[in-house]
Design a protein around this ligand. Sequence first.
Ligand code: GLU
Length: 475
Amino acid sequence: MPAMSDKKIKTRFAPSPTGLVHLGNIRTALFNVLLARKHGGKFLLRIEDTDQERSKPEFQTALQEDMQWLGLDWQEGPDAGGEHAPYNQSERGDLYQKYYDQLIEKDLAYPCFCSERELKLVRKSQLSAGQPPRYAGTCARLSAEERQEKLEQGGQPSLRFRVPKGDTLEFEDAVRGKQSFNTDDIGDFIIRRSDGTPAFFFTNAIDDALMGVTHVLRGEDHLTNTPRQLLMLRALDLPEPEYGHISLIVSDEHNPLSKREGSQSVRVMREEGYLPGAINNHLARLGHAFEDSGKFMSMAELADGFELPRLGKAPARHDAKQLMHWQREAILHADTNKLIDWLGAELDAVPTGEREAFVNLIRGNINFPEEVRHWLDVLYTELLDYPEDAHNWFKQVGHTYFDAALNALEAAPNNYKDFIEQLKTESGCKGKQLFMPLRMALSGRASGPELAPLYELMSEARKNERLSNAKKLAD
Ligand code: GLU
């Protein structure tokens, strides 16, 4: 793919709605969104639902919701509309017919009457002779009379594209560079199945051309489809998009992703509490190297830093720890109101007026909504279970420390700075000795939110109670 030309670019995502969308697939959508945004272009969503048995409207609905949730908005496609509607391939049958007719007219497509059984047998013998399996061309040579005869006998032919022999097909892949295929290695392939439904190769290429798609970023597994698709587009004199085949995502062990490692659906991850920013920041780095790789980025920043030459050829390694890192970053960077929504009913115990302060207090200490519960206990329930560690600290400083703390609390119930000054002076403690028993007494943990906002958010009565309880355990 050469440097971006002046013409407005249009990218697309073309999923088949046969299940919930997974991390691997949604990364393809994300890359196409980023490429379009980077160049002020358009991103199009097309639903490839020609497999009527496996495609389900509910999967399309779920996909659209998941994409919207992630902020992968499309400017053309279902719901958004556009000049190339409809955007569901199941509704585009008439459009395809025109191009089938053109290919038939040019004798570049022919009916094939071979049965599944016959094709299987040929494949088997090719494989056992060490040859790559490809269509032997049986029906390519049928005369008009022979075809007619087979039709009269009730034959239900598929339609095959006639691949030119002895040619070389070349194209420049945005990720993998120059590609060259010998057409003799490509057997004539099916563009319409015997039941009349259009085949993927065909609809996918025709629609990219008709919809004005300029750039196609898609999985490496489609690389060998591209020469077939280009042959058809060239035969029909239709415009070709520029293709870039992105590397697949693998686990640390170079295996395809397992469920645990992140092949889980976006839907399930959302239910588990992952934030869109975490998923986008994680995926944007799988197979693409940003200049500022450590920085948590908004969608606009991701788009800004996205560049085709930065897409890698090597398999992209998914590391669950990385995803968790971006989850923490996403929580730190989120709007307070977004986090309040994210935590939902978990915040029921927090008085409405304190929600913002509470969320800002604990945002650095949780990865998922349910982890908020400990901090709810700290601030809003009476008894804390102190771990062994806490007992040790309490004993180390003794009850005089807590007497001093209770005095300081009375003097400065809502001002941490004054409180800690007085506690320091009166107890004579400093450093860890000053802070750890206090942190333990108030929160029951050795680490957590900053003490100042924790102190200031907790009610005076609650602080009094915690410090008094700690005092009882101090001797
Ligand atoms: N429907 C195809 C798929 O989901 C689209 C492939 C492509 O992006 O061209 O694999």
